[in-house]
Ligand binder design. Structure first.
Ligand code: 7RM
Length: 651
């Protein structure tokens, strides 16, 4: 099993229990402890009730059609996501409520009310229609964290064009592959973005990518940098956002979408080199995202809520855009880096905007821990009332630091387990009901049927560990892998039969039934909460003309959770020097993106393999983490790994 490796026995012995206070219970959005049992007795009734909080053009006829592994939810229902996020709010007093408070890295501020957002989304939806985008057409979005990004998503949802957001940190090649896989006709981008004071050349990457994307007919280009960047604009293909918006019609009728029509595709790493286009549909996704946002974060009308994720990841889709806006929340959105210009940027923003709810990742918390208390202590954080964590297991020390230093001991922490594929949070405390244990995501939410099973699919009794599975469908689950339904079934619905969803995570339950997530059980690394496949990095390395073979592992890292280490065999005659190390790191950045850049590269004449030729990554992890070697009996040649270990220790 890959890291982050937590000393699980120590975790299971955790005795610190943080009960909700009476005051917290009293005001919670969900305070009926009977909800778990009720949902279990009548799962479909529970989800139907949740779906009633949305506005439907036409009600559904049937809640669920379950032909394992195919689920359809709210059959016959007609609904529009952008209508639910905007139109229904602008008809009320929320019209002039702030929907988004935005801050750019250089310090600009913008506030968009629900009416502002409604106006921009309507116009931009018309802009896309004018460029020939129709219901069902895919649109790739490669943008910085600026308000036009959620505007683009919502406009796609309004006209029924599934979006595929590609994180701005991905390379031109990764972008190209995702555009081609989705066969997008339109790409939306910006001239660039700011990150740690540097310019991120988004348009340059788009230009390089779409040289090899015959499907792309048009590019919409947002001016973010202005004259700060030299931009190539290709006549006929590239259109400035502001010019198109200047003549756009004010109102665009929201498309009446079928509950099961696609809403978006989002690419995520799996066990092979090729990322999977996870497909989410309309109604079920919005039911899951909005309900969990309301219950898990205990959102109140007057709250200022800040999810620090990038919209390029699923966390940003569900908990910056769709969940919060469906609930009429005021959300803060920030473009840049937490340590720019100083390491107190986030805390400064919490104080400035009076943030009440903060949702972030363990990797960020560990970085702040390392930087020290002086940065948060410079600011008034008393507005905070609830904290959240997502992306990887949070180690108890980081949990306690978050609780004490950021939350001043008075904020509950919701440790939320979920995946791109699950669409919304599935395992998490409910703040008014659940006693928290530092490091545990606690229990499956009402309506969620999670279990821990052994190799044979048998449920493991409390106290034991195994694989995390979901034994009943839920509305926001992925429906397929775009263009590869077979792979969808193979990856998630085959390991334990076609009725059981295999999440790919290891999990233990303690004697009280608390869930302790243990990290991935496959060849997927978790680097700063981002999923990267070992295969993806290996094939990027092998693509270099001097590399013969490569094995990539995630090794335990204090801040990132896992850091990428690569063991590389060079071709005959190639020089294994420090220049080669930086050249290969750069090569991987160019192929995949900077998030996949290896931290360390080691050259070796041979890689440890089994007699059948499989690279034994487990032994490489032992070496990279400085442990004694595990079982080596299946190795073809045991001297290879012994030599590698001593070589590694000398380096
Ligand atoms: C939301 C997101 C999913 C993988 C998942 C886990 C890990 C996420 C937690 C967690 C332990 C958590 N989507 N993971 N949240 N592990 N505790 N609270 O991260 O598709 O990018 O990644 O992330 O391994 O399978 S994701």
């Amino acid at each position: 099993m890959s890291s982050p490796k937590l000393p699980i026995e120590a975790l299971l012995a955790e005795e610190r229990l943080f009960e909700p206070t009476a005051a917290l219970r009293e005001q919670a959005n969900m305070k009926d402890a009977g909800v778990y049992a009720k949902a279990q007795q009548d799962r479909e009734g529970f989800w139907a009730e949740a779906a009633r909080s949305l506005d439907w053009f036409k009600p559904w006829e049937k809640v669920l059609e379950w032909n394992p592994p195919t689920a359809q939810w709210f059959i016959g229902g007609k609904i529009n996501v952008s209508y639910n996020c905007l139109d229904r709010h602008v008809k009320t007093w929320r019209r002039n409520k702030a929907a988004l408070i935005w801050e750019g890295e250089p310090g600009e501020e913008r506030v968009l009310t629900y009416a502002d957002l409604y106006r921009e989304v309507n116009k931009f939806a018309n802009v896309m229609k004018k460029l020939g985008i129709r219901k069902g057409d895919r649109v790739t979005i490669y943008m910085p964290m600026v308000p036009e990004l959620p505007i683009a998503l919502l406009a796609c949802a309004r006209i029924g064009a599934p979006h595929s957001v590609v994180f701005g940190g991905f390379s031109a090649e990764s972008l190209r592959d995702r555009i081609n896989d989705a066969q997008s006709k339109l790409v939306i981008t910006a001239d660039g973005s700011y990150r740690r004071g540097q310019i991120v050349p988004l348009k340059r990457n788009v230009d390089a990518a779409i040289k090899e994307c015959p499907c792309v007919e048009n590019v919409i280009l947002l001016k973010r940098l202005g004259d700060a960047a030299f931009i190539h604009v290709q006549e006929g293909r590239d259109h400035w956002w502001h010019r198109l918006m200047a003549d756009a019609q004010a109102y665009c009728e929201p498309e009446a979408m079928d509950a099961e029509d696609p809403l978006f595709i989002l690419y995520t790493s799996g066990t092979t080199a090729k990322p999977k286009g996870i497909l989410h549909t309309t109604a079920g996704y919005l039911v899951g995202a909005s309900l969990t946002h309301r219950w898990v974060f205990d959102i109140k009308e007057e709250d200022v809520y800040w999810c620090t994720a990038d919209i390029g990841w699923v966390t940003g889709h569900s908990y910056i855009v769709y969940g919060p806006l469906a609930n009429g929340t005021t959300g803060l959105m920030y473009e840049g880096s937490p340590d720019w210009p100083e390491k107190d940027r986030w805390w400064q923003m919490v104080a400035k905007y009076g943030v009440n709810i903060l949702y972030t990742a363990p990797t960020a918390i560990r970085a702040f821990m390392k930087w020290g208390e002086k940065y948060p202590d410079q600011h008034d954080l008393s507005s905070l009332r609830l904290l959240g964590s997502v992306g990887e297991p949070i180690n108890p020390e980081a949990w306690m630091w978050y609780h004490d230093v950021i939350g001043k001991g008075k904020c509950p922490i919701v440790d939320t387990w979920w995946q791109t594929e699950t669409g919304s949070i599935l395992i998490s405390p409910l703040p008014g009901l659940t006693a928290m244990k530092p490091g545990s995501a606690t229990f499956p939410l009402p309506g969620i049927d999670a279990d821990v099973v052994d190799e044979t699919g048998q449920s493991v009794p409390l106290g034991g560990g195994g694989y995390l599975v979901l034994k009943s469908p839920w509305p926001s689950m992925a429906r397929t892998i775009y263009g590869d339904p077979e792979r969808y079934v193979q990856t998630y619905w085959n390991r334990f039969g076609k009725e059981v969803y295999f999440a790919g995570d290891g999990c233990k339950r303690d004697s009280q039934g608390y869930f302790w997530l243990l990290g991935r059980v496959d060849d997927v690394m978790n680097v700063s909460g981002h999923r990267i496949s070992t295969m993806e990095v290996e094939s990027a390395l092998v693509d270099h003309h001097e590399v013969a073979e490569a094995a990539v592992i995630g090794r335990k890292d204090e801040i990132k959770g896992e850091a990428i280490a690569a063991f590389v065999t060079l071709k005959e005659g190639a020089l294994s020097d420090v220049e080669k190390v930086s050249e290969l790191k750069k090569h991987v950045s160019e192929k995949i993106g900077s998030i996949a850049r290896p931290d360390a590269i080691f050259f070796t004449a041979e890689l440890p393999k089994t007699r059948s030729g499989k690279i034994m990554r487990r032994l490489l992890r032992d070496i990279a983490e400085g442990r004694a070697l595990g079982d080596t009996t299946t190795l073809a040649d045991a001297t290879v790994v012994a030599k590698l270990k001593s070589q590694y220790e000398e380096s």
